[in-house]
Design a binder for this molecule. Structure first.
Ligand SMILES: [Zn+2]
Ligand SMILES: [Zn+2]
Length: 196
């Protein structure tokens, strides 16, 4: 239960799993702190075809370092990805690790109006850091746009939909009738783009 006076609507929730309190670090440039924690994955961590299931553990290893302007966070996140091969639709399950680094600027050094215009700048809010956008960006950037079960996945048979990795030698008895084959070739040539 949030206590009286808690004001989570207008700021970061210090109890949220991906919100980090940097107060212990202090503001003396050069001071450092190592933080290791496991957090539940937020929803939609990844891309449509490959993502970390919501609630699955994400292991974070972070180094917090006080610098003149704010807190520099360097770290890595490790988790399990689930998705499917875009060619053969086979489920994919893969361990992955991403590294990231971000400077969070003290909100009392940079005024927030200025910062709002520049969304490249990450800000601390009352010494709290929201790691979620950082984690999200790092994960999405690290993922392949077209996940494959293996690099040379041959996909599915265009005639019957069987997964060709499982039946690499599979052929169809009903090969195209040679008479039709001649016609197919003609059609292919006719459809060839003349500007190509
Ligand atoms: Zn595949
Ligand atoms: Zn087939």
């Amino acid at each position: 239960m949030p206590g009286p006076g808690s004001d989570h609507l207008n700021g970061l929730d210090p109890r949220a799993p991906l919100v980090l309190d940097t107060r212990e670090l202090g503001r003396r440039p050069g001071s450092q702190r190592q933080v290791s924690l496991t957090v539940p994955a937020p929803a939609d961590l990844g891309i449509e075809v490959l993502s970390v299931p919501e609630g699955a553990p994400v292991e974070l290893d972070l180094r917090l370092e006080a610098v003149m302007e704010g807190v520099l966070i360097t770290g890595s996140a490790a988790a399990t990805l689930e998705g499917e091969c875009v060619r053969c639709l086979e489920p994919i399950r893969d361990e992955f690790e991403v590294r990231f680094q971000e400077l969070f600027v003290y909100d009392d050094i940079r005024d927030s109006a200025e910062a709002e215009e520049d969304d490249e700048v990450s800000m601390l809010e009352d010494d709290l850091v929201d790691l979620e956008p950082l984690l999200r960006d790092a994960v999405v950037l690290a993922l392949p746009f077209q996940p494959l079960c293996q690099d040379d996945c041959p996909g599915l048979c265009s005639e019957c939909g069987v997964r060709l990795l499982e039946q690499p030698d599979h052929v169809h008895e009903e090969a195209i009738d040679p008479r039709w084959k001649a016609l197919t070739t003609l059609t292919d040539e006719a459809q060839h783009d003349p500007t190509d």
